[in-house]
Unconditional design. Sequence first.
Length: 160
Amino acid sequence: MSVAFRREGDEEHLEPKFEIPIPPGPNLVTPRGLRLIGERVVELEARIAQLEAESAEESEIKAAKRDLRYWQTRQITAELAPTPDGDTVEIGTTVTFKLAGKTRELSIVGDDEADPAAGLVSWTAPLARAMIGAEAGEFVEFNDREDAIEVMGIAAPTLS
């Protein structure tokens, strides 16, 4: 039989598992975000120890280790954002604004802490980037429209 048709094992033909992509740029975090990253690292370390003690499938252990590498990298590269004073929109502030006639509120947080459904938007998101540096009462450009967003209020951090 030709070498081309011989299989050593199933493992050599599986799709490769790539590392979880790290968002580009600095890893700015809020104090809450830094705490959540630390908790995730501890949780994954415990999960890996449990999986190894139970002799779980190798693929499950590898997936948990891959997740741990991601969160350890995020923990190591985390930069605590300066504490906002509430005068301008910054990472860590909660902003009340009007967009397309609707009043909305969101908090600007780090990439890993973002949860748009809960009103937590990453500081790298286009909407957040448009408002960063604005003051209450100011209009800012968004989606090629001047005065698209009216910043109505800014609150200092309340996330814990």
